[in-house]
Design a protein around this ligand. Structure first.
Ligand code: GTP
Ligand code: MG
Length: 379
């Protein structure tokens, strides 16, 4: 039998591949799921994990277990019917300079053709989609790179668990690249760098790495802790590895949410749609959002008339990290606004009324010129 891959070794020692990759990373070994590990590395990682291995001379690289097999598995916890905290999918936002390939990369991941269908190829809004890789879900948000959309990107960063910073290998670090890094840092969100367009003759991934290193994103191979992936959205190179790295990062973040109870969600975009009225695309953050729920969102409210998933299908309920379009609000809420479920319709109307009053006051205050010592003589 030949050498053992990361996936196989993880199965042998009873941990998840991503945990193994993480341990390897801490040993400065940057391995992918399918990478073959040599004996020294296997010995090293097993030592770290406190596992004794025997190497069978005839089966040269296959490690054979002797007890104990890693950490003893924790005793099954007593049943906790009240706890519905479960792991949830990471919410990942693609950010970067205009035309560096965010939408194309998302297309390559979804194997669809969104970028080609966009007006002028510029992303006009934030799309959100869920993708399943090896049985695990990832929710992706696409943001526009155009300067006019700073606020949208800031919101993208704050709704997200991981930012994938897309940098074109031929173009390098540009103003919106820096801006995206700042948004991610402000929101304290980890960054994975995707160097895109490596298929182009002018591609220079090394230059991108050194540019990013200068601003504090140091690749692991240079002793830093930022994951860099080299990809081509068009030639579909490195896409699987990028997804693995996202899942690895997500694993480290240990993202969890309550899957029961009244939902809380964040608006990522809203529209008034012909035949549908106001719609809001939200990402559920906790609880379960159901058709028929009474929801409150900013200064709007309503009974959820329909929920539409990212494939356009009507669904009855939505769970944490799912993007879903909500129909039934009496207006289009602002992106970034929180949507909550509230059983008591009377209370909802009161809260909305209060918010509208507060807004009116704000507006009047900003319209009434303030007389101050500074401006009193300026009239
Ligand atoms: P905005 O949403 O406008 O900020 O742009 P974007 O970052 O979403 O870029 P988009 O995916 O629209 O791609 C911009 C252009 O780059 C398109 O013409 C793509 O075909 C091209 N492109 C994207 N990825 C690659 C790649 O890997 N290789 C090559 N050669 N071209 C690419
Ligand atoms: Mg785009």
């Amino acid at each position: 039998k030949g050498p053992v891959s990361v996936k196989e070794l993880a199965a042998l020692i009873g941990i998840k591949p991503f945990q193994l990759i993480h341990h390897l990373m801490e040993m400065n070994i940057f391995a992918s799921m399918t990478q073959l590990l040599d004996e020294g590395v296997i010995q090293g990682v097993c030592q770290r994990l406190g596992i004794t291995i025997q190497t069978d001379k005839k089966e040269r690289h296959a490690p054979v277990h002797t007890a104990p097999l890693g950490k003893p598995k924790a005793q099954a916890p007593p049943p906790q019917p009240l706890s519905n905290i479960k792991s949830r999918a990471p919410v990942v936002t693609f950010m970067g300079h205009v035309d560096h390939g965010k939408t194309s990369l998302l297309d390559a991941i979804r194997q669809t053709k969104v970028a080609a269908g966009e007006a002028g190829g510029i992303t006009q809004h934030i799309g959100a989609y869920t993708v399943v890789k090896d049985g695990r879900s990832i929710t992706f948000i696409d943001t526009p790179g155009h300067e006019a959309f700073t606020a949208m990107r800031a919101r993208g960063a704050s709704i997200t668990d991981i930012v994938v910073l897309v940098v074109a290998a031929d173009d390098g670090v540009m103003p919106q690249t820096i801006e995206a890094i700042n948004h991610a840092r402000n929101a304290k969100v980890p960054i994975i760098v995707a160097i895109n367009k490596i298929d182009l003759p002018g591609a220079n991934p090394l230059r991108v790495k050194s540019q990013l290193q200068e601003i504090g994103l140091v690749p692991e191979e240079y002793g830093g802790d930022t994951i860099f992936c080299e990809v081509s959205a068009i030639k579909k190179i490195g896409i699987d590895n990028l997804l693995d790295m996202i899942l690895l990062q997500a694993e480290i973040l240990e993202l969890k949410a309550n899957y029961e109870g009244n939902a809380k969600a964040r608006v990522i975009e809203s529209q008034i749609e012909k035949g549908r009225g106001p719609t809001a695309t939200v990402i559920v953050q906790s609880g379960r959002l159901k058709v028929g729920d009474i929801v409150l969102c900013g200064i709007y409210y309503g009974k959820v008339r329909a929920l539409i998933d990212d494939t356009g299908k009507n669904i009855k309920e939505a769970f944490p990290s799912m993007p879903v379009k909500v129909l039934g609000l009496n207006g289009a809420p602002l992106p970034g606004e929180e949507l909550v479920v509230e059983k008591d319709e009377k209370k909802v109307k009161e809260i909305v009324q209060e918010r509208i009053e507060a807004l009116k006051k704000d507006r009047e205050a900003s319209l009434t010129p303030k007389v101050t010592l500074e401006n009193i003589f300026q009239a």
